[in-house]
Design a protein around this ligand. Sequence first.
Ligand SMILES: Cc1cc2nc3c(=O)[nH]c(=O)nc-3n(C[C@H](O)[C@H](O)[C@H](O)COP(=O)(O)OP(=O)(O)OC[C@H]3O[C@@H](n4cnc5c(N)ncnc54)[C@H](O)[C@@H]3O)c2cc1C
Length: 288
Amino acid sequence: MKSALFDYVKPKSITQAIALLQEHGDDARILAGGQTLIATLNMRLSDPSLIIDITGLDTLQGIRFQGEHIRIGALVTHTEIEYDDLIKKHVPLLTTAAPYIAHRAIRNRGTWGGSIAYADPAAEWPTCLLALNGIVIVQGPEGERRISADDFFIGLYMTALEPDEIIIACEIPIASTTHWFAFEELARRHGDYAIVGMSAVGDQIGHTLNNLRIVLLGVDTTPIRAFKTEHMLEGKSLDDALIEVAVQCLRDEIDPLPDLTNTPDTKRHLATVLLKRLLAKAQYKQEI
Ligand SMILES: Cc1cc2nc3c(=O)[nH]c(=O)nc-3n(C[C@H](O)[C@H](O)[C@H](O)COP(=O)(O)OP(=O)(O)OC[C@H]3O[C@@H](n4cnc5c(N)ncnc54)[C@H](O)[C@@H]3O)c2cc1C
C-alpha cells in the first residue's frame, strides 16, 4: 500500500517547526528517522495532511557532556548510540541494549527522539531511559520543559508531550564508580520486538545492590518499574536464596497484558527468567 497524499515541509529552525505544529495541530506529524512513521503512513494507520521533516535541524544532533549528565540529541540514531565512546563509558546500559533494536538498516535510520516520542511499550530506549532516571527535554511555543522519564510515559503510545512540542534531547546521569547495570530481553528471533525485556540500574558494593531501578518492557501499556522487587532487594546481600525470593516477589508483583501469541502467565514466567539472569550476573561479577 502507499500513503495518502500529504504536504511536506523541511523547516530550517525548531521555532519554524513548532509554529507549523501550532498551525496544523493533529493534521501534522514530525518525521525523524521514519522507521515507524513511514510504515504507519503506508499502511494508512495514520493520514496526516502535513509532514514536518526535522532531519535538517542540526541542533538536535550530537552526544555530549552536560554537567553531570550525558545529553543525547533527538536525531541521534540507534547506531550512533551503539558505537559512541562517551555512551560506552558513561551510560553503558545503552551500548548493551542497542543491538537488540530491530536490524542494522533500521538502527541506521531510526532515532533516539523518535523512539522516545513513539513510546512503544516493547521498545528498548524508553525502558532504558526510565531505568537510568533520565530527563526528556522538549520545546514548545512557551520554550523548554524538562520532564522526568518517571512522568513522561503515561499510556499506550501516549506521553506527556503536548501536540505543539518537539523532543529536542534527553539527559542521563553519568554512571558513578559503583554503577551496576544489566539488560536482557527475550524475542522469538533476533531483531523482532521483544516479548518481554528488562533494564536494571543501581549501585553495587560487594554483593549488595542499592538504589535499584528495575524496568520491564512488553508487559504493560508503558515501560513499568518493579517497585516491590526493587525495594525487596535494596541493600541485601545477593545469594541464591535471595534471588529466589526476588523472583517470587516479581511473580506476585506484575500483572502482564497478553499479546497476540503470549498469555499473561507466559510473560510473567519470562520476566522472572530475565530477573534471575540479571541478578545472577551481579552475583557472579563479585565472585570472579
Ligand atoms: C521492522 C521494524 C522493526 C523494529 N523493531 C524495533 C525494536 O525491536 N525495538 C525498537 O525499539 N524499535 C523498533 N522499531 C522502531 C524503530 O526503532 C524506530 O526507529 C523508532 O521507533 C522511531 O524512530 P524514528 O526516528 O524512525 O521515528 P519516526 O518514524 O520518524 O517517528 C515516529 C513517531 O515519533 C514522532 N517523532 C519523531 N521524532 C520526534 C521528536 N523529536 N519530537 C516529537 N515527536 C517525534 C513522529 O511524529 C512519529 O509519530 C522497528 C521498526 C521497524 C520498521
